[in-house]
Design a protein around this ligand. Sequence first.
Ligand SMILES: *[C@@H]1O[C@H](CO)[C@@H](O)[C@H](O)[C@H]1NC(C)=O
Ligand SMILES: *[C@@H]1O[C@H](CO)[C@@H](O)[C@H](O)[C@H]1NC(C)=O
Ligand SMILES: *[C@@H]1O[C@H](CO)[C@@H](O)[C@H](O)[C@H]1NC(C)=O
Ligand SMILES: *[C@@H]1O[C@H](CO)[C@@H](O)[C@H](O)[C@H]1NC(C)=O
Ligand SMILES: *[C@@H]1O[C@H](CO)[C@@H](O)[C@H](O)[C@H]1NC(C)=O
Ligand SMILES: *[C@@H]1O[C@H](CO)[C@@H](O)[C@H](O)[C@H]1NC(C)=O
Ligand SMILES: *[C@@H]1O[C@H](CO)[C@@H](O)[C@H](O)[C@H]1NC(C)=O
Ligand SMILES: *[C@@H]1O[C@H](CO)[C@@H](O)[C@H](O)[C@H]1NC(C)=O
Ligand SMILES: *[C@@H]1O[C@H](CO)[C@@H](O)[C@H](O)[C@H]1NC(C)=O
Ligand SMILES: *[C@@H]1O[C@H](CO)[C@@H](O)[C@H](O)[C@H]1NC(C)=O
Ligand SMILES: *[C@@H]1O[C@H](CO)[C@@H](O)[C@H](O)[C@H]1NC(C)=O
Ligand SMILES: CC(=O)N[C@H]1CO[C@H](CO)[C@@H](O)[C@@H]1O
Length: 572
Amino acid sequence: MRLMYLLDLLTILTLLAVSSTIATPPSRQSSWMAPRMGIPDSFELPANTALPGSNEPLFIEMPLDHFTNLTVDGVTTFQNRYWINASYYEAGGPVFIFDSGEQNAEPLVPYYLQEYHGLSATMRLAKRYGGIAILWEHRYYGDSLPFPISRNTTPQQWQFLTTEQALEDVVFFADSFSKNSSVSTGSLNSSATILPQSLPLHPSVTPWVWLGGSYPGVRGALLRQRNPGTIFAAWASSAPVHAQVDMWAYYAAAERSLTRNCSADWVAVTKYVDTVLQGANESAAVDIKFDLLKARLSGPGGNTTGADGLTKEQANRTSDVDAASILMDPLDFYQYYGFADSLLPFCNLLETRNFTAAPVEGGVVSVSGVEGAFLAFLAALAELDYDSIPGSPDDPAGDMSWMRQYCSEYGFYQRGNPSDNLSIETSFLSLELFQQQCNEAFTDHLPSWPQVENINKYGGWNMQSSNIMFANGEFDPWRTMGLASIEINAPQRKPSVVVPGCNVPSNATTFFGITYDNMVHVSDMRVLLVPDSNHTDFKTVGFYSPVSQAPFYTGLGLFQLALDEWLPCFGK
Ligand SMILES: *[C@@H]1O[C@H](CO)[C@@H](O)[C@H](O)[C@H]1NC(C)=O
Ligand SMILES: *[C@@H]1O[C@H](CO)[C@@H](O)[C@H](O)[C@H]1NC(C)=O
Ligand SMILES: *[C@@H]1O[C@H](CO)[C@@H](O)[C@H](O)[C@H]1NC(C)=O
Ligand SMILES: *[C@@H]1O[C@H](CO)[C@@H](O)[C@H](O)[C@H]1NC(C)=O
Ligand SMILES: *[C@@H]1O[C@H](CO)[C@@H](O)[C@H](O)[C@H]1NC(C)=O
Ligand SMILES: *[C@@H]1O[C@H](CO)[C@@H](O)[C@H](O)[C@H]1NC(C)=O
Ligand SMILES: *[C@@H]1O[C@H](CO)[C@@H](O)[C@H](O)[C@H]1NC(C)=O
Ligand SMILES: *[C@@H]1O[C@H](CO)[C@@H](O)[C@H](O)[C@H]1NC(C)=O
Ligand SMILES: *[C@@H]1O[C@H](CO)[C@@H](O)[C@H](O)[C@H]1NC(C)=O
Ligand SMILES: *[C@@H]1O[C@H](CO)[C@@H](O)[C@H](O)[C@H]1NC(C)=O
Ligand SMILES: *[C@@H]1O[C@H](CO)[C@@H](O)[C@H](O)[C@H]1NC(C)=O
Ligand SMILES: CC(=O)N[C@H]1CO[C@H](CO)[C@@H](O)[C@@H]1O
């Protein structure tokens, strides 16, 4: 059973099995391009020495606690995983670090670091600037685990999963590289593999350029504010840099995009279900839960096989919020697909009553009342095959770690707007409910509410930063928590595509960036996929933009213009 309100909607789905077929790293060229950007020209690698191939992971020994040297269960350090692709590296070229954020990074390797399935912005930038590409895995995700992650992870073990620790990991990593302009050749022979750390990639001698979408975009912006000496520039895509406990705005974009009749029906049905579930007639409540569960389990063409085993007892055991939030199933993929591809098919089914009647402007409710609208809604839920979309956690450990992060620092509790009577989210989704779930999942060491000030102290959506490009999608639910937010409590700043001077901070009214018309979450920083039979459905949405390829080129082109402006000033 899916608990929709627990789903990490920030997570980029990574559901594809990965085959590691690229084994041989290219050998180094013996001739090097003219060095640039602060690197003295004495840097040379012996001919044929090779960096490890990007399909094999590398590890750095990372302090568990950067700030107070605490030790828990004998653990003082852990192995933090990363990958490198040095195919395009030329002496003096920048570092392009792509952050995978709150997920196992491994499935991303062939997409973002090898261009195995199409162009990646990270590799295009590496090619253009002679840079070295790094894929970085976040502590407590994938294989970068100080402790095993499960329901048994203790509060003492969780305490090192904080924004500050995870940002400091990047600083520690960057500082681990050499400042020397030449690699000691004494220990190397002509066919040896060199340690990446022996390359002169220390951020004092090489510009580090960050690429991240969603939470990784937040990290890039925070790092540029916090450690400008480490992160020289950043492309922060769809970055909700303003943490807020109450994120009712999450659904505002979807609500705004609904057709009028669909909105009228959705609002009416939501109120109807909430009212029945809150009412005194217990058998009516169980019946409505049964109907909702049955619709979710049923498939297209009136196929109710999936619901065959469903009983009234099961329905009775289903909580009000679990049952009522089935009405929100069609919203699950909105952030990736936008209205036309995720909600319109549903609205069409609903408004035509499964293609048996013509739609009317006031919705089904205006013709058949709310009970008629409810039946049409159930039919639409059943016919739209959301059951085939993987909604249950693919990476339970990663989901727990992200839950820990939002429960302790980010909030982003996605409920409906309680003061908007056109809200299409069940009123059972309350802030208190989210908090209660957090408290149940993490029994101790959790603040009473998420400590959003840990994030917002870097400026939140008022952040006046230099050398960052903030990209957003017009209808991305996460735009509401970023610099480009148009919500009522936001500063209403406007993106400007005019590239600012190097190290020149933005001001209170404007910032450098772009909001792509009609686009959604991280529509730019995805792989420009070569479509094939493995990339046709929701499962691969994490890797490419199902809406449009245009933002890939727009974002990359604008960021290149910015880097052309900024990189020459590195070290000056
Ligand atoms: C932590 O330990 C390291 C190495 O022993 C030491 O250099 C550092 O000063 C310590 N930091 C703190 C905050 O105690
Ligand atoms: C690095 O990326 C390029 C494509 O951008 C790819 O051709 C190459 O195989 C990758 N290198 C490694 C070692 O995976
Ligand atoms: C080169 O170095 C590697 C690893 O240190 C070693 O295994 C190999 O025997 C060396 N080759 C030669 C020709 O010295
Ligand atoms: C639902 O379950 C409760 C507790 O087991 C029971 O008292 C109640 O009669 C059940 N209601 C229905 C309609 O089955
Ligand atoms: C309770 O709801 C059921 C439908 O589930 C209905 O048949 C019954 O009449 C209702 N009872 C009352 C007291 O309204
Ligand atoms: C929807 O319409 C299709 C095609 O007419 C039909 O097979 C199916 O049973 C209908 N589904 C529902 C839930 O009414
Ligand atoms: C009906 O749905 C079940 C799963 O719920 C599926 O196994 C079966 O193939 C479907 N039948 C048809 C005719 O599509
Ligand atoms: C009703 O909604 C459908 C689907 O959202 C839309 O295509 C249609 O234009 C609407 N019809 C009217 C009359 O508003
Ligand atoms: C929502 O509130 C507005 C103004 O308060 C009112 O005009 C409108 O009828 C209400 N809509 C619904 C669906 O309750
Ligand atoms: C903010 O920056 C923009 C773009 O550089 C500029 O046009 C605008 O005048 C500035 N506003 C203020 C208040 O400084
Ligand atoms: C799809 O994935 C499978 C398994 O990884 C692979 O064998 C197959 O070649 C892929 N198909 C295409 C068209 O890339
Ligand atoms: C080859 C070389 O010059 N190596 C030096 C790099 O810098 C470290 C200290 O920063 C020295 O210990 C190395 O000898």
